[in-house]
Design a protein around this ligand. Structure first.
Ligand SMILES: Cc1cc2nc3c(=O)[nH]c(=O)nc-3n(C[C@H](O)[C@H](O)[C@H](O)COP(=O)(O)OP(=O)(O)OC[C@H]3O[C@@H](n4cnc5c(N)ncnc54)[C@H](O)[C@@H]3O)c2cc1C
Length: 330
């Protein structure tokens, strides 16, 4: 099975990280950070994800600016500490043991801007929720972003995943992405310079998306956009479960949908602990209350084995196992 490691940038280490390195990191970085930057140790991550499972981050930061972000990642790189980005946590399963890394989130308001430009484009910060992007686009009369409305991520996560719905992909509306390399350099890349595919953006495996200039399809009356969004919302409500989940667990295999083959393998309602194959949409695993990440991984294993045996198809996870590689647990 070909599954990419989840670490997007990240100086991965084969050995466990020596605790003294974390202490050195914290002692060196903390005094240099501005008051607006959140910086904590052993921050619980479960509540920062839509699946609501997982342990803490060894170090967690919400930088207030690019300069603050640079300080964090340059120091982490110097000490060879892993860095992970966390968006809205809507495409992740966080291991019960948490992550031995520096987890960065764009929760600060400075990353959540939506700014229509004189040239017709609109700047969207990496921390802007897709839902808010759509709401602000309606107000500005900018059409073309409606398909993003029901995706519960933010702009950074949607760029990294090339999120898509209702026949559209994130990169359909991207003109230029601004990113920061692990050396702390800021670069602007045109869409044509980037390598994107189904749920994949190569450049963001090794860099941090800061935001993007997006290209609306047209300027129209707000009511026209609202109408389209309402249609999409209705479709989602009818076809997706309400319980906590991480969206579609598996990528669609060539020529069919993962939901269909899981359903045909008789797996709707199958459970491991409190993790359940949704009875509404078979490609969703839902948390029925107190699921652990071990429950979810166990259920993923079970589904893959049964679909392989019933259909001869190898399902590949779409959801990321945060800080780990699915190959190590499946
Ligand atoms: C109910 C539900 C419905 C969903 N429907 C859809 C759908 O229709 N279509 C779809 O494509 N997805 C869907 N998803 C999955 C998910 O919402 C998308 O993949 C979304 O784009 C993830 O964004 P996020 O901000 O939550 O990213 P996260 O889940 O937080 O992170 C995803 C990846 O992006 C990386 N990342 C996050 N921010 C950055 C950044 N700034 N720079 C670099 N890397 C970054 C993370 O490190 C991680 O590797 C759904 C999920 C749920 C729960």
């Amino acid at each position: 099975m070909k599954v990419r490691p989840e670490f997007s940038i990240m100086t991965t280490r084969a050995q466990p990280i020596d605790e003294t390195l974390w202490q050195e990191f914290v002692a060196s970085v903390r005094p240099r950070l501005a008051a607006g930057t959140k910086f904590t140790e052993r921050e619980s991550l479960a509540s920062k994800t839509t699946m609501r499972v997982g342990g803490p981050a060894r170090v967690y930061a919400e930088p207030a600016s690019s300069e603050e972000l640079r300080q964090l990642i340059v120091e982490a790189k110097r000490l060879a500490l892993p860095v992970l980005l966390l968006g809205r946590g809507s495409n992740l399963v966080i291991p019960d043991s948490g992550v031995d890394g520096l987890v960065i989130n764009f929760g600060h308001a400075n990353w959540q801007k939506f700014e229509p430009q004189a040239d017709g484009r609109a700047w969207a910060g990496a921390g802007l929720r897709l839902k808010n992007l759509c709401g602000l686009a309606i107000k500005a009369g900018l059409k073309g972003f409606e398909f993003l409305e029901g995706i519960p991520g933010n702009v950074g996560g949607a760029l990294r995943m090339n999120a898509g719905a209702m026949g559209g992909w994130m990169f359909d509306v991207v003109d230029e992405v601004h990113l920061m390399t692990m050396d702390g350099d800021v670069r602007a890349l045109k869409k044509s310079e980037m390598h994107v595919a189904y749920r994949h953006c190569e450049e963001l495996h090794h860099a941090i998306a800061l935001g993007a200039f997006l290209k609306p399809a047209a300027t129209v009356e707000s009511s026209e956009i609202r109408q389209q969004i309402d249609t999409y919302q209705k479709k989602r409500v009818e076809s997706q479960p309400r319980e906590p989940s991480a969206g579609c667990i598996f990528k669609n295999p060539t020529g069919t949908s993962a939901g269909r083959v899981i359903d045909e393998a008789g797996l709707k309602g199958e459970r491991v602990g409190d993790a359940e194959v949704s009875t509404v949409h078979a490609n969703f695993i839902v948390n029925r209350g107190h699921a652990t990440s071990a429950d979810i991984i166990g259920l993923v294993r079970k589904i893959r084995a049964q679909v392989k045996s019933a259909k001869g198809i190898d399902l590949e996870p779409e959801v990321l196992l945060y800080g780990q590689d699915w190959r190590d647990v499946l």
